[in-house]
Design a protein around this ligand. Structure first.
Ligand code: FE2
Ligand code: FE2
Length: 470
């Protein structure tokens, strides 16, 4: 196990002190990061004491420490999972050869692009969630929001470390650019569309952490397979933190469902208007939010057919999530059956890796839905939440802009346009959700639209004062 040196300005387990040039470069970037946090991070909560977990080691048994921290004082550091001795490349044309500790020249620009694209999403999500603190449904939720935010900040550090340590001057320039692009900015937006969508209400936040952070999980899993060992080790440790983000999403939506079912029972009706009048989210409305965020997140996997993904796999740069679960790791002779607008086709599997990732992602998304639907069924309602078909509302790939309904059926364009407001949140739906967003900050109290969590954080009670506002 590698320990972490907390006496350094930048906590790390990469022996930063032994590389003065790198250390100085990162210490030069650090104030820029803090300035970015101040300007673009959670607004107006810099003086609050937040009960946060901080990574203190990469030991699976006890990698985090909990305590009250003011967010600007959070100890953002650089932590890589322990090196696996004699690790070999696990897929692609160079399978079985030793992994790389340095970047082969021919893959330098592709790897830089992969790292920058991943790195860009981390601060983007903090920016998207910047104002949410003002409408938190409870102190427990406020703390979870801030936990996710500081860890996305640390994930930015993780990618910036790789850029500084392995990409020289280009890497340092990219690290500055990661702080210069901003979510939703007209001139300098974030790289990926989903990360420019505003997250202005907590229902969107729970959907974002359920669907979009889960895309993050799948991207990190595929990069954790990389032949570039420092990238693999970085991503493996990031996954440890990422799990909590999806927990926030899954339990958040689960608590919305629970509260709605309580209101349905109290009122003896499933009439959306009556449920809304009680300050809760009717299930058809929740379904629209799931449709929006799921379809938006599905675009993040890219086109159904992609020669870039084929090359990244063949070269050992980016594998499939959980590569070891598959039998064939080279895929030179495999084909894949793909549903395309012009009809089904068989394509070389190497070219369909984005689709393979999207399918395994959707399977993972189903797990939460099953749980929520069980609760709905137990409450005696026949309503069922579903995931939209992967062809619905796509902006990337073969189905871009095609009028496909949430069940995956290609329909008439006019019908599609008339129906769209019944499939994703309309302006009126969004206005209603916004009207529910009132700040609740009495310890243990919850907003009208969400049930309390089953337990608190780190064995503390739900009523604990997780954020001390000043
Ligand atoms: Fe992240
Ligand atoms: Fe995340």
């Amino acid at each position: 196990m590698s320990g972490i040196n907390y006496s350094d300005k930048i906590p790390n387990n990469v022996n930063l002190v032994s590389d003065r040039t790198l250390q100085r470069a990162l210490e030069h970037w650090q104030p820029h990061f803090l300035q970015w946090w101040h300007e673009m991070g959670p607004s107006d909560f810099e003086a609050s004491d937040v009960y946060l977990r901080t990574a203190v080691s990469v030991d699976a048994q006890g990698w985090a420490q909990y305590g009250a921290v003011k967010m600007p004082d959070y100890r953002w550091g650089i932590f890589l999972a322990d090196q696996v001795p004699d690790r070999k490349i696990g897929f692609g044309d160079q399978m079985g050869q030793p992994v790389w500790q340095q970047i082969p020249g021919e893959y330098r620009s592709t790897l830089r692009r992969l790292i920058v694209t991943q790195g860009d999403t981390e601060p983007a999500s903090v920016e998207q969630q910047r104002l949410l603190g003002h409408t938190c449904p409870s102190l427990y939720d406020l703390r979870n929001l801030f936990q996710v935010n500081v860890e996305e900040g640390r994930h930015l550090w993780a990618m910036v470390y790789l850029l500084h340590a392995y990409f020289g001057r280009d890497g340092r320039e990219e690290a500055e650019e990661l702080l210069a692009r901003h979510s939703g900015d007209a001139d300098k937006p974030r790289i990926l569309t989903t990360f420019n969508e505003p997250v202005t209400d907590w229902l969107s936040f729970f959907c974002f952490t359920y669907f979009t952070d889960r895309d993050g999980k799948y991207q990190l899993k595929s990069l954790a397979e990389s032949a570039f060992d420092p990238l693999s080790r970085t991503c493996r440790f990031m996954l440890t933190e990422e799990a909590h983000h999806m927990f926030v999403g899954e339990t958040g939506i689960g608590r919305v469902v629970k509260r709605t079912l309580e209101v349905m029972k109290e009122l003896g009706t499933d009439d959306p208007a009556k449920i809304r009048a009680q300050g809760a989210v009717d299930l058809p409305l929740l379904q629209k939010y799931l449709n929006f965020w799921c379809s938006s997140s599905l675009d993040l996997f890219g086109s159904e057919i992609s020669s870039n993904s084929a090359a990244n796999f063949a070269h050992g740069l980016k594998g499939r999530p959980d590569e070891s679960q598959y039998e064939d790791h080279v895929l030179r002779n495999a084909s894949f059956h793909l549903r395309m607008p012009e009809g089904d086709q068989d394509v070389p599997m190497l070219n369909a890796l984005n689709e393979i990732m999207r399918e395994s992602y959707l399977k993972d998304c189903e797990i939460g839905l099953k749980r929520w639907n069980r609760a709905i069924e137990r409450a005696g309602s026949s309503f069922r939440l579903t995931l939209p078909a992967p062809q619905f509302r796509r902006s990337i790939g073969a189905w871009t802009g095609l009028p496909v309904d949430p069940t995956g059926k290609l329909i008439d364009k006019n019908v599609f346009e008339n129906q769209l407001a019944s499939w994703i949140p309309s302006e009126a739906d969004k206005a209603f959700v916004r009207s529910l967003m009132h700040k609740v900050i009495e310890p243990g109290k919850m907003a009208s639209w969400v049930a309390p969590p089953e337990r608190g954080i780190n064995n503390l009670p739900v009523e604990y004062e997780y954020v001390k506002l000043h």
